[in-house]
Design a binder for this molecule. Sequence first.
Ligand SMILES: *Cc1c(COP(=O)(O)O)cnc(C)c1O
Length: 477
Amino acid sequence: MWHTSAVRSDGRDEELHRALDEAHLRAGRWLDSLASRPVRAAADAAAVVAALAGATGERLPERGLPAVDVVARLADAVEPGLVASPGPRFHGWVIGGTLPAALAADWLTSAWDQNAGLVATSPAAAAAEHAAARWLLDVLGLPAGASVGFVTGGNQANFACLAAARHAVLARCGWDVERDGLQGAPPVTVVASAERHVTIDIALRYLGLGAGRVRDVATDGQSRMLPADLRRVLDGSVGPTIVCAAAGNINSGAFDDLAGVVELAHARDAWVHVDGAFGLWAAASPSTRHLLQGADGADSWATDGHKTLNVPYDSGFAIVADPAAHVGAMGSSAAYLTQSAADVRDPFDVAPEFSRRARGFATWAALASLGREGVAELVERMCACARRAAAGLDAVPDVEVANEVVFNQVVFRVGDDDERTRAVGAAVCRSGDAFVTPTTWKGRAGMRLSVSGWRTGADDIDLTVAAVGRAVAATRA
Ligand SMILES: *Cc1c(COP(=O)(O)O)cnc(C)c1O
């Protein structure tokens, strides 16, 4: 039976509490195991599909199960397929863990089950996003008047920001793109690094701007846009223009010369968008802040909560300097729904979703638990761990670090050999001792090591380097 209705006279629902207690127990066990369990998943997806079928039968049961049994069976079936990505030696892609306060706040978010679309549906959710947004702008060194949309991640943040950009550059030509669409509109030119993140292309596809129409800017050896080439491309561009720059290249971690980009672009009335999914957080530390010099002069910024800040999935922020452009692109015209207090915006006016999860609680909790100093220390520790990894890897015979480590990203190669590089990366992951991911950078195979989790310390980096060393030795002829 799906619910036994064991509600006591004081309102306590015994079945609900049994399910929550089981979840609490399972969560604690998982979190306690992160440092010692193999980093990779023990089971592949097909095995987990089979385990789920084993837990309940393959067909949807005719009669539902008690909640506590559902939780236990789910956890038993899927746990072998979990990756210890919140753990200390997971360095794949760019994936953060979850800070304790953010995790607990996220549990409450589910329990509270608020619809964060409107101030009216949850004054608390809107207020938490409002308060967290002020802190975000402060810690990221961005203009205090900017609007912040709470979205699922960098992809949606790029989308919302570029929608605001599309709105603004066409409005300047007298074109209302929200009303009239792109058919017959003045052509919009998008200028971006040849090594932009793929989600910029995805956003341009969603926006009808065409990923294939981007005018590429050539890059230097560290994947930064070449200022001279940006100037050349801009000189050849007429009409409404959007420039996409990067704060943190996905491979090298390098930052475009943002002050230079802003100056060149604004001289031509172009909009500047910064994809800073993980790198925008360099602003939080005095030791890395210089990487973002001039970033505050851009028009929009995309960043993640679930990477550097270590908020649970999913969490991203679409930040726009001119709230009118942001609301112009994302806002619901259904003004009758809106009863917001004067200074707290309806969250759905700056995000692609209508009804959605109240992501502000976990972000607020993460920032409150760290404080300004804690955010700086988190960023500094990630950078120090990346530098330690690079130094350690460079000392392994046959291993070469391919990038200048300016932030949290390290790219390494083995024996100047694409095949051996891939084999070593795969062996490290198979070992369960650490996890790195393959990439292709500058036309060559590389393994990417990202330090994005709050749990990673110097000792973990040494263990990861040792795991690479063993894998390299095993491939030595
Ligand atoms: C991760 C990432 C994205 C996409 O963010 P998601 O949170 O995965 O949607 C965009 N740009 C860069 C540079 C990234 O690292």
